[in-house]
Design a protein around this ligand. Structure first.
Ligand SMILES: C[S@@+](CC[C@H](N)C(=O)[O-])C[C@H]1O[C@@H](n2cnc3c(N)ncnc32)[C@H](O)[C@@H]1O
Length: 330
């Protein structure tokens, strides 16, 4: 997965003001702060405009891929559901807006909520280069989500890698507020770690009590059937730029971004019966699948003798939905 060309060009343009040596040092500092947490009271993860440009260059491709991966799992939901308005919550440089616009080019009205002024400035600079008029004309609103804020209803609401940064006291009320303004679908994405997953598992339970229906990744609205020591997450392969390889000190031309997410709606029609939870294991003559299904967790072995189903199973990947496939009854 790669960023769209207009976004890559916009980021490259911002990077020209920083030498690659400076960028490497900044990105290494950032990477350390995200890995080890903040050391001083009042310290932020991103402390200068250069930190923010480095964030966009190094993290945006991965968070963009995660948002795109989550949207992709909505599959046939809503049978041609086409959102016109969108809210990007804790927008950063506008990553979710860019990914949503690629999936739904007919989006007309985009609003972004963000607290960090430098982040907003960068987001606006990047947006100026967009092919999409909705991105160029988006409304950026300076807001601290932990405090008082309001906005009107939106078809699509996305909070990508942002709810985890809110204070624990504010989290529940922000969640309720996001749900109250969601006309169509609310998507929340977090890092694919046990902490990220547990945060979303709790959020999902709260939203279900409010009447929300899960449309992805779970093919049901029941309690999560995974055991305590497991966590539901997915992976997106992201191409690394030359600069990225230099900063990470590795030769790999890609990295795998692990993410976890929930997509909730008021209507859950047409969502399918299962979700593949691990890379399918392909052996000679059979395929092993682990899935979450409308009947709970299932481990299925599909052999060549199941002709039609085997053919379908060959096309599945970690994260695929299994709509209209017979093997949940196997
Ligand atoms: C890890 S970044 C994610 C940015 C973007 N959504 C993405 O996926 O790339 C988290 C963003 O949430 C913003 N944020 C954190 N706490 C916030 C708050 N209380 N109010 C508004 N924005 C907040 C940060 O400023 C930052 O831009």
């Amino acid at each position: 997965m790669e960023l769209p060309q207009d976004l890559r060009t916009a980021i490259d343009r911002e990077l020209t003001s920083i030498s690659s040596k400076e960028l490497t040092a900044i990105a290494q500092g950032l990477s350390k702060r995200y890995r080890e947490g903040l050391s001083a009271e009042g310290e932020g993860y991103l402390n200068s405009p250069m930190d923010i440009t480095a964030y966009a260059a190094f993290r945006m491709p991965a968070t963009y891929a995660a948002v795109a991966g989550a949207i992709n799992q909505l599959g046939d939901f809503g049978d041609g559901w086409l959102p016109k308005s969108m809210l990007d919550v804790g927008a950063g440089p506008g990553t979710a807006m860019w990914a949503a616009t690629a999936a739904w080019p007919q989006l007309e009205k985009i609003t972004l909520l963000e607290r960090d002024k430098n982040m907003m400035s960068l987001g606006k600079l990047l947006a100026r280069e967009a092919d999409s008029a909705a991105i160029r004309e988006a409304d950026w609103i300076s807001v601290d989500l932990n405090g008082d804020w309001k906005t009107d209803e939106k078809d699509l609401v996305i909070a990508s890698y942002s709810l985890g940064e809110l204070s624990t006291e504010a989290l529940n009320s922000v969640l309720m507020k996001l749900w109250s303004i969601t006309k169509g679908v609310l998507i929340i994405i977090e890092p694919g770690t046990p902490i990220g997953f547990n945060r979303l598992k709790a959020a999902r339970e709260i939203l279900i009590r409010e009447g929300a229906k899960t449309i992805a990744p779970c093919p049901h609205n029941d309690n999560c059937p995974l055991p305590e020591d497991d966590w539901c997450h997915f992976s997106q392969r992201v191409a690394r730029s030359r600069l990225h390889r230099q900063v990470k000190g590795g030769e790999l031309s890609y990295e795998d971004e692990k993410f976890t997410f929930i997509a909730m709606s008021r209507d859950a029609s047409n969502i399918g019966e299962g979700r593949i939870l691990r890379h399918p294991i392909i052996r000679k003559g059979h395929i092993q699948l682990k899935l979450c299904s409308t009947q709970g967790l299932k481990s299925v072995v599909v052999t060549k003798s199941h002709k039609e189903v085997y053919k379908q199973a060959k096309g599945l990947e970690w994260g695929s939905g299994t709509k209209d496939m017979n093997f949940i009854n196997m």
